[in-house]
Design a protein around this ligand. Structure first.
Ligand code: UN1
Length: 493
């Protein structure tokens, strides 16, 4: 069995306490994927010290050179794509085609970051005084604490780490304890590609020990976190004590609207992929279907039929459509929401139980589940479940559909299926979400576009594309007076 380590100041090492934890395969709980260091405050302390020291050199490496290293990172990831995807499926369960997509998202992010090394544009601005030149440029910030979830074990860490490094910051990385193996491979690749010692550090362990130690530390300048709204609020509070810059990517309760004029086959493919792809374990997953009454019965009968045909199983098997939940706790959460939904008066159209029989008994499988007769005020219509549970709400008009869609504390992704161009543009204007898809499901963001949510999904920062480079750098304003005399702004007019 493979024993993994932390990576601090360019060296692989155990937790100082010598403690470890196991990482198991959710499709086959008896299989141990690896043993990892259960780190504590003292390990974090060392990693932050290394990152702080390394920052003074890394910030001076020209951004195009930092970009070249990330280009090499992308090349190595491409060469190892299949192998990394298999490891990822073993440690968190999603099907192999999706784990390959997850690695691909990391590769795309690497190449985008590499090219940004030759941009990182600033501004030149005319001065109000003669013989004077004004400009604003972007500068590195310092040590970045990166705390990531298990559902996109490669893509999400790369969304944060690559721009952090490209901008000249150094990194202390705490991956989710459900997916430490993929995270370790990412760090191996960064080191192999030439990221200098101390610039990237990984510390494995729990949020309570490692995460808190990072967020509470005076010498960490910024924190980027993806996870639950509950933890995000705590991180925000803790980070504010040292006035850290904090980027939060939190919960969602994403909905797909299907209007009566929609291409119903297209909308069916969309909702099946959005709700049950990744076992519903995406921040962007479709957890509500807002369905026009005129097509309700027809759409539901095909949807339920097709959902029942989805094959649960080990994500490594080509016959599997839907993999397991990531762990026992998540499966219990899914089931508890099914019980809540039934108590609230919603009706189960299919699913509603764990996946049983044969190899399914070895892992944390849950049947793809659909609730009908859901009303917008029910908990299953409002709270993030993070599993393969879809709540269907019947509506009569576009206006009602958008009101229902917006009736949540979250605002990450959204979708509408319609052939009516006017309705599509009204939806774009009136839906309160960071992302709106027209005639496409709520999942499937591309690496070079802004990714982020409004309301309680985030705190105003976006990942992805050019926007994330704003987060990982700060502005410095420069005035160059070449008049040879004192020129007093606002006075010598
Ligand atoms: C997430 O679920 O946190 O748009 C990220 C998507 C993926 C990323 C999801 N590209 O569904």
């Amino acid at each position: 069995m493979k024993k993994y380590q932390n990576f601090i100041n360019g060296k692989w090492c155990d937790a100082k306490s010598g403690k470890t934890f196991e990482n198991r395969n959710p499709a086959n709980w008896s299989e141990i994927v690896g043993i990892f260091p259960k780190s504590g405050k003292e390990d974090v302390e060392e990693a932050i010290k290394a990152a702080r020291t390394a920052f003074e050199k890394w910030r001076l490496v020209p951004a195009p050179k930092r970009g070249d290293i990330l280009k090499t990172v992308g090349d190595i990831m491409s060469a190892r794509k299949e192998e990394i995807a298999k490891l990822m499926t073993r440690e968190m369960g999603k099907v192999l085609t999706e784990t390959k997509g997850d690695v691909q998202e990391g590769i795309d992010t690497a190449y985008y970051a590499a090219s940004e090394g030759r941009r990182l544009f600033g501004h030149t601005v005319p001065s109000e005084l003669p013989n004077k030149f004004n400009m604003a440029m972007r500068v590195p910030i310092g040590v970045a604490g990166i705390i990531t979830p298990w559902n996109f074990p490669m893509a999400i860490p790369t969304w944060k780490i690559f721009p952090a490094l490209l901008c000249g910051n150094t990194v202390v990385f705490k991956p989710a304890s459900d997916t430490p193996a993929t995270a370790t491979v990412l760090v191996e690749i960064l080191a192999e590609a030439g990221v200098p010692e101390g610039v990237i550090n990984i510390v494995h362990g729990g949020g309570g020990e490692v995460g808190n130690a990072i967020v509470g530390h005076q010498e960490v300048d910024l924190v980027s976190f993806t996870g639950s709204t509950e933890i995000g609020i705590k991180i925000s509070e803790m980070g504010s004590k040292t006035l850290k810059r904090v980027s939060l990517e939190l919960g969602g309760k994403n909905a797909q609207i299907v209007m009566d004029d929609a291409d119903l086959n297209l909308a069916l493919d969309g909702v099946l992929w959005g709700a049950f792809g990744t076992t519903g374990q995406r921040c962007t997953a479709t957890s509500r279907l807002i369905l026009h009454e005129k097509v309700f019965d027809k759409f539901m009968s095909i949807l339920v039929d097709r959902t029942k045909k989805l094959r649960l199983g080990d994500g490594l098997l080509p016959t599997t459509d839907v993999g397991p939940c990531v762990n026992e706790g998540q499966r219990q959460t899914d089931h508890s929401y099914v019980e809540i939904g039934l108590k609230e008066g919603a009706k189960l159209a299919c699913g509603g139980d764990i996946g049983k029989g044969g190899d399914l008994d070895k892992g944390w499988f849950y049947q793809p589940t659909i609730f009908t007769e859901v009303t917008p005020n029910m908990r299953i219509a409002k709270e993030e479940i993070f599993g393969p549970v879809l709540s269907v709400i019947r509506i009569k008009s576009l206006e009602e559909a958008i009101n229902v869609l917006n009736d949540t504390i979250y605002g990450l992704s959204s979708s509408i299926y319609t052939k009516n161009v006017n309705d599509a543009f009204r939806a774009i204007r009136d839906i309160k979400a960071g992302i709106t898809y027209i005639n496409a499901p709520t999942i499937g963001a591309e690496a070079h576009m802004p990714f982020g949510g409004v309301k309680q999904t985030g705190n105003g920062h976006c990942e992805g594309g050019w926007t994330v480079y704003e987060f990982f750098s700060e502005w410095k304003t420069i005035y160059i007076d070449y008049s040879g005399g004192l020129q007093r702004a606002q006075i010598d007019t």
